[in-house]
Design a protein around this ligand. Structure first.
Ligand code: AMP
Length: 435
């Protein structure tokens, strides 16, 4: 029989790497709390219509990457329904905002989420079919200040703080404004016209995009197309006065806070509800999939989903990519060895004595664990040589507990990195092991 494996594009996350995932998630939660964000958990699957409307029918995500199925009705009172595993979380958050009338509070809603997302993409390093995002959204009625450029700057400053606290060295913030939908419509026309004489020399994808969604031409990565793309009009020249003022206020606040950024006029999002600020943080260490996170302002999304006017700004961080980046930075590698291995020295033939020394070892391990140490517990039924071999693989030190040690209260500790053996009184053991 062939053995079963995790499905292509999915993977198991195992220790010790999961310790790093936990550390990243804990840091994100702590930073978000300081900025007054609260956690939202939305369902992993939703009505397919949510993503068709909230992400956009013409996007790659909706047109070819979603895991969608027809869910059969189980009772006469139910209808069968098209469901989809969420490919992203913003649509779900905005749906929840509308469903629970969070706008009625009159307050800004600052919500964050952590969880799996699903897209049928071509798997490669840093790109999976089940991947994880840490994201946040700030949205609310305009009367709560949801349109203010200060919100954009605060979100960007929070992201810079988070990446710095995670110890991610060398990130770049790419920043742009896509203006209002009217600005973008004028830009689209100009782009379409400018593409007519040159698109014949571009890749097949660009030829298709020039007709369906000219903005997407700016995402093209084909080297030969780059010189042509550089000659195309840029969106900054099409922003109206309000959009210009908004962007100027965002960059001025970032300058004041000392958050570095690079203006990137090719960073556009093709969807109608994206407005004004768009951004991406990249990291050189990631290779082809170099985007750590992306986000932007989406002033029209709530209305697009049938809700009230609720301008907002949000982002989604690729958690898998944060982990890859940190694993490549040695200083951030997770601790893999326990502080100590407690090895009871028993006599496998004398069950009574063995039980007594094992119980004493459990008590010692309990004491040390209560003092915050990471302890592995051996078994007195094994020979000392075997205990040493196991301990050497799992811990930095071995603590030997035999009848003599139990009587005298003085334990024998060996540190593997130096090979030095030391006698340590029980009362001083925790301090000794934590150094
Ligand atoms: P998006 O929701 O497409 O704006 O993506 C936001 C971030 O999620 C990206 O910058 C990536 O870091 C991450 N991401 C998107 N798709 C994938 C994927 N298939 N595998 C791993 N990470 C992804």
């Amino acid at each position: 029989m062939s053995t079963l494996k995790a499905v292509r594009g999915t993977r198991d996350l195992l220790p010790p790497e999961t310790a790093l995932w936990n550390r990243i998630e804990a840091t994100a939660r702590a930073v978000f709390a300081r900025y007054n964000f609260g956690e939202i958990r939305t369902p992993v699957f939703e009505d397919t219509a949510l993503f068709a409307r909230g992400v956009g029918e013409e996007t790659d995500i909706v047109s070819k990457e979603m895991y969608t199925w027809e869910d059969r009705a189980r009772a006469q009172s139910e209808k069968s329904q098209s469901l989809t595993l969420r490919p992203e979380n913003t649509a779900g958050v905005v749906r929840a905002y509308i469903e629970h009338q969070l706008g009625e509070t009159g307050q800004l809603q600052k919500l964050y989420y952590i969880g799996p997302q699903f897209r049928r993409e071509r798997p490669q390093k840093g790109r999976y079919r089940q991947f994880y995002q840490i994201g946040a959204e700030v949205l609310g009625p305009p009367s709560a200040g949801s349109e203010s450029p200060l919100r954009d700057a605060e979100v960007l400053e929070m992201l810079a703080t988070l990446l710095d606290e995670l110890g991610i060295a060398g990130w770049t913030l790419h920043l742009n404004s896509v203006g209002s939908s009217a600005d973008r419509a004028r830009y689209n026309e100009a782009l379409r016209a400018a593409l007519v004489p040159v698109v014949g020399q571009m890749c097949a994808d660009c030829q298709r995009r020039a007709v369906t969604n000219p903005l997407r031409v700016l995402d093209c990565k084909v080297p030969a197309d780059q010189p042509i793309i550089e000659t195309l009009p840029v969106i900054a020249d099409f922003l109206d006065e309000n959009s210009q003022a908004h962007f100027a206020a965002v960059t001025a606040a970032l300058d004041a806070a000392g958050v570095p950024y690079t203006l990137n006029h090719r960073l556009v999002r093709g969807l109608d509800y994206y407005t004004r600020t768009t951004f991406e943080f990249t990291h050189g260490g990631l290779g082809a999939q170099n985007a750590l996170l992306g986000g932007g302002r989406y002033d029209g999304l709530s209305e697009m989903l049938g809700g009230p006017k609720a301008p907002g700004i949000g982002f989604a961080i690729g958690l898998d990519r944060l982990v890859l980046t940190l694993l490549a930075q040695e200083s951030a590698a997770p601790q893999v060895l326990a502080d100590a291995f407690v090895a009871p020295l028993g006599d496998a033939k004398d069950k009574t004595k063995l039980a007594r020394i094992n119980a004493a070892a459990l008590v010692l391990a309990r004491e040390l664990r209560h003092q915050g140490l990471w302890i592995e517990l051996g078994d007195g039924g094994f020979r000392l040589k075997k205990s040493f071999e196991t301990a050497d693989k799992t811990a930095r030190r071995i603590v030997i507990l035999g009848e003599d040690e139990l009587q005298s209260g003085i334990l024998t500790v060996k540190t593997f990195s130096t090979g030095i053996q030391t006698k340590v009184p029980r009362a001083e053991l925790a301090v000794f092991l934590s150094n």
